[in-house]
Design a protein. Structure first.
Lengths: 425, 238
């Protein structure tokens, strides 16, 4: 048989023998090839190599993250000493049971001793941490933290300064409102852009052309939009008195609804409800450049005598103002978007800059609440001017002391620290 | 005469572009690129004057964007926040128990939204004031604390890092004089007027810098469009 095999003469019997032998060999080979190494590797995977040279993280502390809306727990720990610099980070484990069920939730880099974990409110969580080295060894686990529950906080304690400012502002507001209501005249300085509104509306009336009022492209959540809607009221009232027409294209459906109501009521106040046309206030699109294309079309086709761009604007400001300028309309623009104001200054006849926009509604309507609010804001500004100026002077004086006697003046330093603390510097 | 001249110049430019395209270029074979290019040129034609191409592009732009917005609002607002939670996922049923709190959380905003539609009726149109009052009031109220924080405290905080240097001194003078300009309770005369004038100078210098910076960004946008027309569409430049 051997000779047959050697000679390559394979008979049927020979073949059976070879298969029998081969099957046994294959089976044994497979065992060695797959089972043994897989056993070894699986063991290696399960058994964590603990490096006893690395100390476990200590002083683990888990607590509900303060001043948040809940669903968050902060875990802190003391990082162990690592003179050889082999620690690459820390693994954080979490469980709802103190004894078992810990699963890894995150890995943070070395030098970090804090981790914020997203959780579910009203559930008790336990945490433990271990260090990981470059060669995938681990320190022993830290102690397990105390059970902690996440919950939302009603008040952000870091915003006490805002609360104080709001309360002070409200007190000032109430004082000035009551003063205005008693009939005492509260002075507001002349604002050129707003003085021109009368002229602009009159011009449109004389020319028999409409006034275009764009209340910006933002939503009602924007202060500039709210200010713009406040200005729209007096403007629409003047339009109604002069028996002219106003076009108010809107990019936001809610702004459109509000603007519609404001214009309607202004016409009613002016005693001209019949002159109000439902189509005066209309929605175009909320697409920024789609809106611009449409308003440009209106400016070129309807040729309004006056364009008012008051509210929040972005990149479209120059396109609108340039087209309006091209049509020869008198243009008054106002926004608190600092990056867009230069374009309005360049292309419009009058520009209402930043806070003048907020002041505009009080200036035009002279309503006690609005005038009072403006006065309260001025007091706030005066306070800030005094604080900044005083801080600057005190710093110069304090540095002068420092240069003169080589030590800082404690009293002045304390005053500076007080104001810095007030503004969380 | 002026219009005819512009029309002739425009036509010559267009013919030159097409000649260049057929001689030297490799025009795009994508229909989408052709549509985008034609619409771009239609919008640019407004630089000459209002015309039928611009009107077409404008109406298409507005129509498509409104249609898209309606579909997004329908899907993301109505279906996802009203229809699904009420009828499909029933998020107000927790552990087989009806939660009135969660149910009202869906129903009340929906009703407020529906009140917006009262504008289409004559007798009940006044109902629209309820959602408007809610929206304006809540937005204004919610805006108070962030406005104080962002516009007053944060900015004052940055200014209060007083270091004795020339730039810090200029900044403080700028901040104070600009604040004085926005002081409305007193006539800008005398020292106050001079300080306010200085403030306006600071404001205008800042606007000038901002203007230049933004114009640079706009020119890069124009270059991008030219790149699209000459490279992606006509293949004249590589």
């Amino acid at each position: 048989m051997t000779s047959d095999l050697v000679l390559g003469k394979i008979t049927t019997d020979n073949m059976k023998m070879i298969f029998v032998k081969d099957r046994a060999f294959t089976a044994i080979f497979l065992i060695f090839l797959f089972l043994v190494p897989s056993f070894i590797f699986s063991q290696a995977g399960i058994e964590v190599v603990v490096d006893l040279e690395i100390l476990a993280p200590t002083e683990i502390n888990a607590f509900d993250t303060p001043n948040d809306a809940g669903e968050n727990i902060t875990v802190t720990w003391e990082t162990p000493e690592d003179p050889s610099g082999i620690i690459v980070g820390y693994e954080i484990f979490k469980s709802e049971n103190k004894e078992t069920g810990f699963t890894m939730v995150s890995f943070v880099g070395k030098g970090t001793g804090e981790f914020k974990n997203r959780t579910q409110d009203k559930v008790v969580y336990y945490y433990k941490v271990r260090a990981k080295t470059e060669d995938c060894k681990f320190s022993p686990f830290s102690e397990i933290s105390e059970g902690v529950v996440s919950r939302p906080q009603l008040f952000h304690t870091g915003r006490i300064n805002v609360l104080v400012a709001v309360v002070v502002f409200l007190c000032l507001l109430m004082f000035f409102v009551s003063t205005a209501r008693k009939g005492k005249s509260l002075f507001i300085r002349r604002i050129a852009g707003l003085d021109a509104l009368d002229e602009a509306v009159g011009r449109a009336t004389e020319m028999g052309k409409p006034i275009l009022y764009v209340p910006g492209l933002s939503s009602m959540s924007d202060v500039a939009t709210i200010a713009s809607i406040n200005i729209l009221g007096p403007v629409a009232k003047k339009v109604a008195e002069y028996e002219s027409m106003v076009l108010v294209p809107c990019a936001d459906p809610i702004v459109m609804t509000v603007a519609h109501q404001v214009v309607k009521e202004s016409f009613l106040e002016a005693g001209r409800p019949d002159a109000f046309n439902e189509d005066m206030v209309f929605f175009l699109t909320d697409s920024q450049f789609g809106f611009v294309a449409a308003v440009d079309g209106i400016m070129v086709r309807e040729k309004p005598a006056t364009n008012l761009f008051l509210g929040m604007f972005w990149a479209e400001s120059l396109i609108l103002a340039e087209t309006g300028n091209m049509t020869g309309a008198i243009q008054i623009a106002g926004t608190d978007a600092v990056s867009q104001l230069p374009f309005f200054v360049t292309a419009c006849d009058y520009t209402i800059i930043g806070e003048e926009l907020y002041a505009a509604s009080a200036y035009l309507s002279k309503i006690p609440v609005l005038v009072g609010s403006l006065k309260a804001q001025d007091i706030g500004k005066a306070f800030l001017i005094i604080v900044i100026f005083a801080m600057f002077i005190l710093s110069i004086v304090n540095t002068g002391f420092f240069l003169a006697i080589a030590t800082r003046n404690t009293f002045l330093s304390r005053i500076i620290e007080f104001f810095q603390g007030l503004f969380n510097v | 005469m002026k219009e005819r001249k512009g029309l002739i110049i425009g036509s010559v430019i267009m013919i030159a572009i097409f000649v260049l395209m057929f001689i030297k270029g490799e025009p795009s074979k994508s229909i989408m690129v052709w549509i985008a290019a034609i619409l771009t040129l239609s919008i640019y034609s407004f630089l000459y004057k209002d015309n039928v191409f611009y009107k077409f592009a404008e109406h298409l732009f507005v129509g498509v964007s409104v249609g898209y917005s309606v579909s997004v609002v329908w899907q993301n607002a109505f279906i996802r926040r009203v229809f699904d939670p009420l009828f499909i996922t029933r998020t107000y049923i927790v552990n087989d128990k009806f939660s009135l709190y969660l149910f009202l959380g869906i129903v009340i905003p929906t009703l407020l939204g529906l009140l917006m539609l009262s504008i289409f009726t004559k007798k009940q149109a006044w109902l629209i004031r309820i959602p408007i009052a809610f929206v304006v009031g809540s937005y204004a109220g919610m805006g108070i604390a962030p406005s104080f924080q962002a516009n007053i405290f944060e900015q004052t905080r940055s200014t209060l890092y007083v270091t004795l240097s020339i730039s810090a001194s200029i900044m403080i003078v700028g901040v104070i004089s600009t604040l004085v300009y926005f002081f409305f309770s007193k006539e800008h005369k005398g020292l106050l007027g001079k300080t306010a004038n200085l403030g306006i100078w600071f404001i205008m210098i800042a606007f000038g810098a901002s203007f230049g910076y933004t114009v640079m960004a706009r020119i890069s946008l124009l270059i991008g469009r030219m790149q699209f027309l000459l490279h992606d569409w006509l293949g004249v430049i590589k």
